[in-house]
Design a protein around this ligand. Structure first.
Ligand code: AGP
Length: 609
């Protein structure tokens, strides 16, 4: 997703807008631009590449107390200055920044070209700018013109617009793409993510879908597409200003790996009841009666979140004896999903803005399905469009490569599984054992992090491997997949994560003497068969790095290296097992000198289907 930042107040806008964009840089982008209004003139600066290039080209900044800026990924046309945001209308009267994609752009462009518009870029955003520009030229206010233009588009649009002839206001709107407004004394900020606002204010309103906000330094008016006034609740921005700072770490990914004990602690806070061996989930209580009748759980998500969903589905079946599956949200939405009243659908997304997950969610909702959400981002689309849910409170995840969100989300699914298990046939005693294990978990993750230097040595040894395999069984098949995803994503190394059983049906052919294999062998019901798999791998000359309980001498004998697990409840093993795999991927990417937090070709949230 691209980044939007805007400001109106009595300070110079340039530094504030660029500062906000910098906090959104992690989302990935290939160009940046800012427009300010000064003396009823639009002042425009755009540049291909990083924000630094924009600043270097404009060392003095741009004058004006009102400004909007954007970091964008090219979606229409190449990465050229002409295609960078902000975009102006053909009379250079209004300027807009836009997140999202306009699906009916070609029809609108043809209509405007027939009316004489000469477009300067290949973008859909310029078409929207022209629609708005024509409205204000015809005498509409900026807000009325934005509303009229938005009614004509199909697709998604988080926008902010400014009119140089009316430099007293900004107009922001949300059609699908998130927009938040920060409130201050004599100033307003607007952004695509609350993280950009936090250095300036801790109060915000979150626009709901199809809402338009007109902002002046001292007022906000919010309306819907029919221009009916909307009352908005002022929310607190929970991030701390330093949450987006890298601190002592070389990369955000490393910082976020090490934040996991604290993040997990926050996910658990107030949610465990040791006396009755159960989880306390606020959202759950609001639906208690319907949840009692649930007979199937379908998790859905993408990427790393899908792996956390697979962990959840396993725990749900294993401990709650509830049929449960984890579906790729992108596939679910095109499969004509079977929706019934006895199924609970659980959408999982770190950002809460992944387009494929939201499309699936909306499809299920349109058929009357009951949907719970597990997300990290407060106020995200997912949190607003589900019937109830759980914030995992892992704190902002800046690195494109997800780490702490995986463990926090997997933990979220554990709480859900525990809650269902206790509604069904898990005894209070077994519930208590599970709760105790969860209480110990943050500290046990801390212990796993102590193996960072061993993971680094292994990473340096295998950073040029042609292929790396990750194997597990039970809930750790998902962890094997997640370990392989990390390595592909940031170290660009071919890798596969699979079950020890699946390995024998083909992928074992990839193993040659010296091939690195990570094997997850916790002391649970999967151990015996995993040991069989280790022997098969060993016989083909694999170099085995096993994660197994510290006193497991049989594994220690077969493996070439062992990362010890502390004694733990089997339900938490995925969260412990993944830690060395995250560290390994990080140190491989480091050894190869890659841009770890912003891997090539990837963005933090994928907001297109
Ligand atoms: C994880 O490292 C990836 N960057 C990616 O797979 C991500 O998990 C996926 O795009 C889903 O994102 P979400 O959790 O924000 O929905």
């Amino acid at each position: 997703m691209c980044g939007i930042m805007g400001y109106i107040g009595n300070q110079e806008a340039w530094g504030i807008v660029v500062g906000g964009l910098r906090r959104l840089e992690y989302r990935g982008y290939d160009s940046a631009g800012v427009v300010t209004v000064s003396g009823k003139a639009l002042r425009l600066a755009r540049s291909v590449g990083h924000l630094r290039a924009l600043e270097d080209a404009n060392p003095e900044g741009l004058p004006g107390n009102i400004g909007i800026g954007h970091t964008s990924w090219a979606t229409h046309g190449g990465v050229t200055e002409a295609n960078c945001h902000p975009h102006l209308d053909s009379k250079s009267r209004i300027a807009i920044v836009h997140n999202g994609i306009i699906d009916n752009v070609e029809a609108l462009r043809a209509e405007l070209v027939a009316k004489g518009t000469q477009f300067r870029s290949e973008t859909d955003t310029e078409v929207l700018a022209e629609l708005i520009g024509r409205g204000v030229e015809a005498g509409l206010s900026l807000r009325d013109s934005v509303v009229a233009a938005l009614k004509r588009i199909e697709g998604t649009a988080g926008i902010v617009a400014v009119d140089r002839l009316d430099p007293e206001r900004l107009v922001a709107a949300r059609i699908g793409s998130p927009v938040v407004v920060g409130l201050g004394e004599g100033a307003c900020w607007v952004a695509s993510d609350a993280l950009a606002l936090r250095p300036y204010t801790d109060r915000m309103i979150v626009l709901d879908d199809s809402e338009i906000a007109e902002l002046t330094p001292n007022s906000i008016k919010t309306v819907d597409l029919e221009q009916r006034s909307r009352e908005k609740r002022v929310e607190k921005i929970l991030h701390q200003p330093e949450d987006a700072d890298i601190g002592q770490f070389a990369h955000f990914m490393l910082k976020e790996i090490h934040e996991q004990p604290v993040a997990l602690d926050r996910t658990l806070r107030g949610r465990l009841d040791a006396s009755i061996g159960n989880a306390r989930l606020g959202g759950f209580q609001t639906q208690e009666q319907r949840l009692f009748d649930i007979r199937r759980v379908v998790f859905f998500a993408c990427g790393t979140s899908l792996y956390s969903a697979q962990v959840g589905a396993y725990l749900m079946s294993r401990y709650a004896r509830m049929p449960a599956t984890a579906e790729d949200a992108a596939e679910l939405s095109v499969q004509n999903p079977i929706v019934d009243r006895q199924t609970l659908y659980v959408a999982i997304s770190q950002s809460g803005e992944t387009a494929d997950t939201l499309v699936a969610l909306r499809e299920i909702r349109s058929r009357g399905g009951l949907i719970a959400g597990i997300t990290n981002v407060v106020g995200s689309s997912l949190s607003r469009e589900t019937d109830f849910g759980m914030y995992v409170h892992a704190g902002p995840e800046i690195s494109v490569c997800s780490t702490k969100a995986f463990t926090a989300q997997a933990l979220g699914t554990e709480l859900l599984a525990l809650r269902f298990a206790r509604m069904r046939d898990l005894s209070a005693n077994d519930g208590r054992l599970w709760v105790e294990a969860l209480e110990r978990l943050p500290q046990q993750v801390r212990l796993m992090l102590e193996h960072a230097s061993a993971c680094r040595e292994l990473a340096e040894r295998f950073c040029n491997a042609r292929f790396t395999m990750f194997v597990g069984r039970g809930p750790n098949v998902a962890v094997a997949g997640e370990g392989a995803l990390k390595l592909k994503e940031i170290a660009y190394l071919p890798a596969e994560g699979l079950s020890g059983a699946g390995m024998k049906h083909g992928p074992l052919a990839l193993i040659e003497p010296g091939s690195p294999v990570w094997a997850l062998v916790p002391p649970d019901e999967t151990r015996e068969r995993m040991i069989g798999n280790l022997r098969e791998l060993k016989a083909r000359g694999a170099f085995i790095m096993a994660v197994a309980q510290s006193d497991d001498s049989e594994v220690a004998q077969i493996a070439d290296h062992m990362v010890p697990l502390p004694p733990h409840h089997p339900a938490v093993s995925p969260i412990l097992n993944v830690i060395p795999l995250q560290l390994y991927a990080y140190y491989v990417a480091l050894a190869k000198g890659y841009d770890i937090d912003k891997p090539r070709n990837l963005a933090k949230s994928v907001t297109v289907t």
